[in-house]
Design a binder for this molecule. Sequence first.
Ligand code: CP
Ligand code: NVA
Length: 309
Amino acid sequence: MPVSAAPHRDLLAIPDFSSAELVALFDLADRMRRGEYRDRPLAGKTLAMIFMKASTRTRVSFEVGAYQLGGQASFLSPRDVQLGRGEPIADTARVLSRYVDGIMIRTFAHADVEELARYADVPVINGLTDLLHPCQILADLLTVRQHLGGWEGRRIAWIGDGNNMANSWLNAAYRLGFELAIACPAGYEPDAAILARARTATTVTLTHDPREAIAGAHVVNTDVWASMGQEEEQQRRERDFAGYTVDEPMMELASPDAIFLHCLPAHRGEEVSAAVIDGPRSRVWDEAENRLHIQKAVMAVLIGGVPLA
Ligand code: CP
Ligand code: NVA
């Protein structure tokens, strides 16, 4: 555990890594998935996990991943830690840095994660904010590589809310250069600055017609209509997202080899039909598993000091 500020890197957003570094990260994660990586770069190290929102996949995959790399994880919920009673983020960052070797945080405002990273002397990993969900999109890209061999020349469609997932897909397109087709209802567009930056690097189309975005897509991706913290907007969003359900007729418009992705949790009958998410094109369980492998790669590099070859 650090007693002085050592140089370190964070993962707050996908562009924190170069495209070559991202590919090296995917290669490492693939070795982990195939069981070829047996090192324990986190031996004697601890990851603090701050969860200001609920989680199944993120919590368990980080906890199991830290253990498999020889370390351990400490789960901190706002019910139990002083952060939940108003202790400043900066103080929390300074104190945790004296105990642990890395901090993963899931919270509401992205600025809170940036503040945590500013004051922490150990790597900070973004486990989801209202703005971004980088670990999920890294797992999604690993799944695209696993099932389609890569994203080069592929068209990736985002059907639904311009939320943290959509914004992170834009960041991935910015770094990796694949075509991204986004369909969202009027008023639910992704972050304007993130969209504009992605458009400097690759083709990003934005439409209010989900059929237009899904046409010829090799990857069809959606998410809940109301994210965590938006529960009271559920009814209004159900009205506004009418026609956005990814169902079998919609999937017929995609490429014949198209795969379906969803970060989960899913609401069958809302953003996706049961026939699609439980059907032959769905790769959602591999996608969920890939959270473990890619996050292990991230922790090995950021916390364990494994070089990105
Ligand atoms: N996809 C995802 O982040 O799931 P959890 O909310 O269960 O962590
Ligand atoms: N957009 C969703 C993703 C959940 C993993 C949310 O923020 O709730």
